[in-house]
Design a protein around this ligand. Structure first.
Ligand SMILES: [Zn+2]
Length: 344
């Protein structure tokens, strides 16, 4: 029988201090060349082991080989000039200096496929691999070539599809696309954003997921959240169309956030990765708090479709806090698993 409530994380985990400055986003590497290559692999092994020791069921690389969830992927593509930078507003929220699209974008070689093969060699557990989503990619660039967000997103979707097919061949079980931009540009999401995502998963046989969150616990995000009022209903704008999409799993922020849990009813039928760990605080959840969030979600998600997860990535947290949160996630899921089995 398939395990009920399989746990996973939504993305990044902290890096060891010998690889990159801890508790920092965009932290520069501390190693170079061959040492860096080996250091990333060693960090991936450590991250995997920490997930396994915490009892996480669907494991990942903890994003140990990337500096940033969007930019590291884009760095491997041609058509983007990283020297030629412009300041743009990202996700309608904060200014950032970003690279410029100067020509047709293309993927000359695989980006994460070797890393995924390496992870596959280390474990027989199901593995999940995260890629940036097309809309979030275009929102992190200045476009001086296509002059159309939709056109550029479509080109990225084709590139992501090439990468995803190779990740699938490398043995990845779930490919996840990170689309925090889906929480901001509702009209575009409904016009072409979900279509672009479906282009990115075209022809895949493995499971696919989309992760939509309110971001890391950085100041730009916490300031933005203060403007969102007492109820965060952003998901309501995109759920109806996502429910009808070909995406298998939807990964969401649920714990400690002001998302009304009943919005999950709008995606009934989909598998849902329910964020039951807050990544914007160092306070470690108790197993009972995690269980409570999962019980609330169970009112709207069938038990065989519920995947306990974190709200977002944990890269900016200390390793100790992240480890505590992984343990809490496992313990909380186990409480609810026992309740479900007792009932059946
Ligand atoms: Zn996230």
């Amino acid at each position: 029988m398939k395990k009920l409530l399989p746990t996973s994380t939504s993305g990044s985990l902290p890096k060891p201090a010998w690889l990159a400055q801890p508790e920092t986003l965009w932290s520069p590497w501390k190693l170079q060349d061959q040492e860096l290559t080996e250091g990333k692999q060693d960090a991936l092994r450590v991250s995997l082991q920490e997930q396994q020791q915490a009892g996480i069921d669907i494991v990942s690389d903890g994003e140990q080989t990337r500096q940033h969830f969007v930019t590291t992927f884009i760095e491997h593509l041609s058509g983007v000039d990283f020297e030629n930078r412009k300041t743009v507003k990202i996700r309608d929220r904060y200014d950032a200096s970003v690279p410029t699209v100067v020509g047709a974008v293309s993927r000359q070689k695989p980006v994460f496929v070797e890393d995924a093969k390496f992870l596959r060699q280390q474990t027989k557990q199901p593995i999940k691999w995260a890629l940036p989503g097309p809309m979030t990619m275009i929102d992190t660039l200045y476009d001086d070539h296509y002059h159309s967000r939709e056109k550029l997103a479509w080109e990225f979707a084709k590139i992501l599809n090439q990468e995803a097919k190779e990740l699938e061949a490398a043995g990845v079980d779930i490919i996840q696309f990170d689309e925090p931009a889906f929480n901001v540009f509702f009209d575009e999401v409904n016009d072409w954003g979900i279509a672009a995502l479906e282009r990115a998963i075209e022809g895949l046989k493995c499971e696919t997921a989309v992760h939509i969150c309110y971001g890391y616990g950085i100041k730009a995000n916490t300031d933005w959240k203060k403007t969102l009022g007492s109820e965060w209903r952003q998901y309501e704008e995109v759920f109806p169309k996502l429910q009808k999409s070909n995406i298998d799993i939807i990964s969401l922020e649920c714990h400690n956030s002001r998302v009304p849990i009943e919005l999950l009813e709008l995606i009934r039928g989909k598998k849902v990765m329910v964020g039951a760990i807050d990544v914007a605080t160092n306070t470690i959840e108790t197993p009972e708090e995690v269980a409570n969030t999962l019980r609330k979600a169970l009112q709207f998600v069938d038990a065989d479709k519920l995947y306990p997860c974190t709200n977002c990535g944990m890269a900016p947290l200390s390793r100790q806090v992240a480890r505590g949160k992984l343990n809490a996630l496992s313990a909380g899921a186990e409480i609810v698993r026992r309740e479900l089995l007792a009932k059946s």
